[in-house]
Design a protein around this ligand. Sequence first.
Ligand code: AMP
Length: 548
Amino acid sequence: MQSTMQDTPLSMAMLLRHGLDTYADSKVVTWLGESGRTSTYAEVGETAARLANALRRLGVGPGERAGTFQWNNAEHLAAYLGIPASGSVLHTLNIRLFPEQLAYTANHAEDKVLICDASIVPVLAKVLQEMKTVEHVLVVGGDADVREQLAGGSAQIHDFHEVVDAEEPTFAWDDKLDERSGASMCYTSGTTGNPKGVVYSHRSLFLHAMAGCMGSAFGISDRDRLLAIVPMFHASGWGMPFQGWLAGADLLMPDRFLQAEPLAKLIEQEKPTFSAAVPTVFNDLLRYVDEHKTDVSSLRTVVCGGAAVPLSLMKAWHERHNITLIQAWGMTETSPLAAIAHPPADAALDDWNWRSKTGRIFPAVECRVVSEDGVIQPNDGQAVGEFEVRGPWVTASYYQGDDPSKFSDDGWLRTGDVGFLDAKGFMQISDRSKDVIKSGGEWISSVDLENALMGHPDVMEAAVVAVPDERWSERPLASVVVRQGATVTADELREFLGSSVAKWQLPERWAFIESVPKTSVGKFDKKVIRARYAEGELEVVELESKLK
Ligand code: AMP
């Protein structure tokens, strides 16, 4: 039997129009450090329309990619909505990737136009010449001298507002967009090898935005003011820009002011009701508000995830500031929201047994635990294995079919996260099978660090593992075997790495060992190194951190 229901495509055009038609007066505040610059949804929608016209004029057709290289701000939001709603594809470039990886992602996605914030022009300037398909760059803010830094290659450099303001303030948003076509894309470096692209569809973004607004998720309405701290270049900022827009909530965008002090000022002045970010942000903020009297009472809920959230952090916010931190789990590949640890109805908010769980599986997302030998485990809260997930906002492949091994034969995504699931749908991560390090919410490839280190003439072998870090969740520990007769210090090795690795990725912890422990098939046995570190058996040199 056919249904009698209308077949309205779920699209970003629909999402954009809903926010505009229903919540034209809702606010978007871009933080400037000491105060905010406020726009209305109507104004952001107009910029989105002008930008859509400009992109067509610059040759970006339906299905073609326009990239953003931006912090969270009103212009980025206009691009977030306008690019996909016009039928083109938004590619959010991760400004924290190492230059070669950045260029790789722009080339792989074949970005034709980039929109770049003036404050990060110097970062783009280092790699723009390597981005072979980029024909135009629109710089938001800054003057001619700033834009000059990008000149000299084949891409034409423009002032964003000059280009956009010259266009019509309306665009014929296409209501008939194919809901299964690509709307936006994001690369993840949370696996080994080159970053992999995930292409979100109109349908997946729309459904994910609706699910995020549910009471059992973020519970967002137009009474809310969302402090969107998660960078929009990382897993769609956890969908907050889309959820907020769909619900008509005010959106508070911190731009580049992600340190504790300006965030605290923003909270005090703009009074967000809801926020979400990785543990590092709330750890830093906690230290700040513990020491500087700050009114954070406007926050009803804070969602924390992207890395394991320490119980001590949740307790400290609860006990000292009356703020509820709820842990969530997800991945770039899952749009990202897939689980959130609201305690069950009969448990109190300070029932730490529940609160410390990684998350409770979202509606429409299915999760199973699979043992190393491929057997599906019972959801009994004990049997351990890798989590595999599927659902309407879980990717079925990587762009251009990269790394098919991350998908099971029957189409589930292999997450690389290991743990158990209970009968109420709560998951608990206990380990990770993927060989990567997550520091402050961003990935560091242990394999890249090892390869770079083994390029040093005095290094015979090097193994890098993730070790727990109070501030950054994890940091790399480099275990090095030095060639016989050679002498080299940790400082020298870090300096050497600095020529090929982003500064924030450089290890502080170094161990000089006789040999790297190996598995029966001769692979580095990183479990053994991690265990030795945890037991305090390794002699570790700790260099001063270069991170702010
Ligand atoms: P990303 O794609 O960069 O968002 O990273 C996703 C990965 O971050 C997951 O596969 C996990 O390894 C890790 N992750 C996310 N949330 C959590 C959490 N609540 N606890 C532990 N690890 C997490």
